[in-house]
Design a binder for this molecule. Sequence first.
Ligand code: COA
Length: 395
Amino acid sequence: MAQQVVMKNTGLRGVAVADTKVSFIDGEKGILIYRGFRIEDLAEHSTFLEVAFLLLNGTLPTRKESSDFEAQVLKARPLPPYLLESLRHWPREARPMDVLQASVPMLAMAEPELAEESRGANVGMATRLIARIPAAVAAWHRIRQGLDPLPPDDSLSHAANFLWQLHGKKPDDEAAHDLDVCLILHADHTFNASTFACREVASTRAHMYAAVTAGIGALSGSLHGGANAEVMKMLMELENEKDIPGWVASRLQSGSRIMGMGHAVYKTMDPRAKYLKQMAQRLGKKTGQSRWHELSTEIEQTALKAFAEKGKTEIQPNVDFFSAPVYHIMGIPRDLMTPIFAISRVSGWCSHIIEEKFAEAQEKPQLYRPQAEYVGRYCGLMGCEWEPPEARTDA
Ligand SMILES: CC(C)(COP(=O)(O)OP(=O)(O)OC[C@H]1O[C@@H](n2cnc3c(N)ncnc32)[C@H](O)[C@@H]1OP(=O)(O)O)[C@@H](O)C(=O)NCCC(=O)NCCS
């Protein structure tokens, strides 16, 4: 019998549960690598779709592979009419992450390759998800405002088309490029909570849509992808606050967290945050909204000082701290910030799901099945005595 390893209540920190070839993090040095390439290089030179191809297939695409992949994404962009019709009947106040999570199984319902368990079929499903998740987010945003969803524009890039379908206005090249870079930076991040959720579901041999649905649920939480919306809430609440040091001190004193800071893996500044901080500054200057970069930098510097005084120098800004002001300046509503994370991360989720399902034999993970230590009521192996309802007393 395998020896039991006890790692209770640690959130599996420091436990390697599988091999992966998709991405790598050096948490001490603040380095993130997708399939061998540093994210800074990818952000500088690639497009999001090129990075999605890299994550899914392991190599950067040739020109032909790139144009074939883009053509497949383009073809898959339109949402099935039954989903659009259904969205019109959903409560307008529904949270976009819930809407997205509910939409993915609806996409599965018309998926032609759902029953096919081959690598190729799964890459096909991944391609359709990468194409349709942005379309679903944009369609919901329009429907909840009483507007009609817009058809995709085949002349536009992935990011530009999303902004068009969202706002009904074609973005300029710089705005589209900035969003594309954000998508590159969020595309994968090893065994984060949502990716692990996807892989765990995939390990049961459930299909890709079921696994991605689980990932969306995990991403929505405020300790994970939901943190960007919480950061924006904080920035809006502090927009006119004069005493940031006082606010930071009282927040920490009360045991509350500063959203967008700290990370389970990075012990230094998240490399994505570095990039996004510069973007927030540049976009702020360009649009006359420098206040958001200034405010977030003031909170960051004050919090860093306060953490350092407590010997917690490892608590530094993560990806969500500066993505929030960036998205806000781009005109993205607060509750769409986490869905934008999903628009990008779906590429990483699908790559991990494929790895989970089709790893080479010696690296193939097994069905995840950890144990828990039972600390509940126990009356011996014969079990507690069952009593009829009338014999039970109210607590
Ligand atoms: C992401 C996060 C869960 C990672 O946490 P972690 O490094 O695994 O460690 P823990 O949650 O156990 O926290 C360790 C200590 O640092 C503190 N800490 C961590 N992040 C903090 C933050 N953002 N603000 C204040 N204190 C924080 C914890 O309170 C804890 O203090 P204690 O030891 O005195 O109890 C955590 O940093 C966090 O909650 N950050 C805010 C949410 C966020 O931005 N999430 C997005 C992540 S990309």
